[in-house]
Design a protein around this ligand. Sequence first.
Ligand SMILES: [Zn+2]
Length: 641
Amino acid sequence: MAQQQTPTPPAGAPNPNTSQQRRGTIPEVPPFEGTLSFTKQPVMPKVQPFPMTQVRVLGGPFKEAAEWNRGYMARLVEDRLIHNFRLNAGMPSSAAPLGGWEQYTPGRDGELRGHFTGHFLSASALLYASTGDQQAKAKGDSMVAELAKCQQKIGADGYLSAFPTEWFDRLDARKGVWAPYYTIHKIMAGMFDMYQHAGNKQALEVLEGMANWADTWTTSKSEEHMQEILKTEYGGMNEVLYNLAGATGDDRWARAGDRFTKKSFFNPLASRRDELRGLHVNTHIPQVIGAARRYELSADMRFHDVADYFWYEVTSARAYVTGGTSNGEGWLAQPRQLASELKRSSATAECCCAYNMMKLTRQLYSWTADPRYFDYYERTMLNHRLGTIQPQSGYTQYYLSLTPGAWKTFNNEDKCFWCCTGTGVEEFSKLNDSIYWRDDQGLYVNLFIPSELNWAEKGFRLKQDTKFPDVASTTLVVSVDKPVQLAMRLRIPEWLTSGGSVKINGKSVEAMASAGSYLTLSRTWKNGDRVEMELPMRLRIESMPDDPKMQSILYGPLVLAGDLGSEGLTEQMIVGPNAPQIRRVPLEVPSFHAASADPNSWIKAGAKPLEFRTDGQQKNVSLAPINSIFGKRYSVYWQVS
Ligand SMILES: [Zn+2]
């Protein structure tokens, strides 16, 4: 995040973001040289999220966003999502083809076709788990059954795809092909999620078939040649194979997963060196999620260090104020050069990257229960996810552009199907998955979202009533049949600069934990017990690490965007393009003069909550959370003198 102005820590310095002991010395030999061997040794997580089936989001902006997404998913017809798979298997299909990246017409082949169908399966499973939506489950189940028929018909060691195996011959021969394993990963992950979250056993069979094909294909390659092949994007092939190994107990899948270890990427990370410049961002985050999973299955610290260092480096040195990372899909500069990197393109902060960084974040959090992981998670969720879905339509963004004068652009109904459309339908199907966590002593409240937790095993229910972030407080009410002893840990966010209070049944709790930690309430909870927490928000400024005058304005966890009007914007410029074409409609973005270091000296509260306006500037601007800006040009970064 941009407020980090400390110099780059030396390699091997203790990581402030994890309480886990790091290995003491920098390895002299690249840690991933030689052939990997897998030995099962599971690492128990310190904390676990409650299953999505035990948590329900009750209302507010998160519920609204989930409903818009559910509407979009319901409008997509099953036969259209299966169409390309049927054609590829030589089966009849008369469905209307999808467009964009799913296009399959002679001469204009979408080389990633089928990827969105995989995401859709994941999203269906997540939607069912998070809401109990039977229609979503029925559609997902039916799609699994139809895809299983395609897999049978193809009859090639379990291969299942919407494109032919010849594309893998091209991959093998290092001839041009986009990213066939990337697409295969999405379908495998969709099958895994349908098994794990929707209990579909046929999905596990289909997945084992696909894993068999991938295992056979990769076994035939030499180690050296496989490393060449891994230069082509392959999504999270390692992760899904490790997940399958974890779910079935069959180490064969973990050994297959190990073949997707890109050593040139992992070696510097495990040695705590940032060599990320020049890499394509969303190619690599999923590989790190796979590394984290590999550590959990084997206790191999090399993989731990890859994930731990990567997370620390990306969130502290390569993330914009919204929590988003990437520019033009890449890391284009050295760490902490975000102001100069931002000038390189308006295709800032790809949404898939935010999705995958949040996925990695919750995984690492489970190892340590360090609340600072949730400071990043909350920042990214509020600023880079909540406002990237278009109200009503449920269309989502590719890039959340942070170039001054940008506007938000969204996919259309059926002619885009970008990678981020895929991670988008997943994201907004699982907004309940990280609010509450548990360990042997009790539970953790990590996010302030109106919701209900049903801890059935303990006979303990918790209802969170809040209008956060519109109102900077939350109330938690306990329902129990008989008293339950447990610790309730409330996250006290790092953005809480002063104030903050907690009451139990109207009585103040004397000790308040410091920002960036937990307040632990250990007691025997009775029916109707009520915890009220106030988390007052304040205006604050964060500067770019390489340009202190380039500043953004925050209110509590919310990044504020300046409203620069909608002049010249048309519907065609908003729905369809993957990024705003800013150069076509130039706009002069005002700069500001700060009367003092205190932002209250030049920014005043507006009439409504979360509305602000600059004061005493040559051109004054209204400010509101970036998650509330639609159909307008905006700026998040300003030149402030
Ligand atoms: Zn994407």
